[in-house]
Design a protein around this ligand. Sequence first.
Ligand SMILES: [Zn+2]
Length: 64
Amino acid sequence: MDIFCKIINNEIPSYTLYEDEIVKVFLDVNPNHNGHTLIVPKKHYQDFFDIDSKTLEHIFKVAK
Ligand SMILES: [Zn+2]
């Protein structure tokens, strides 16, 4: 299982800023990207282009 799915499943602790049924928003724990915020869909997608447009729309709405 990849690191993002582990964070979504709470197998890896994260500092969650926002969460709903579609996405989880948390702080990037990677020290090279300190303070960066990640918005990750709860359903697993292979990459950005694999994400359906409805979910993508929601991600951008949350990002804004
Ligand atoms: Zn995954």
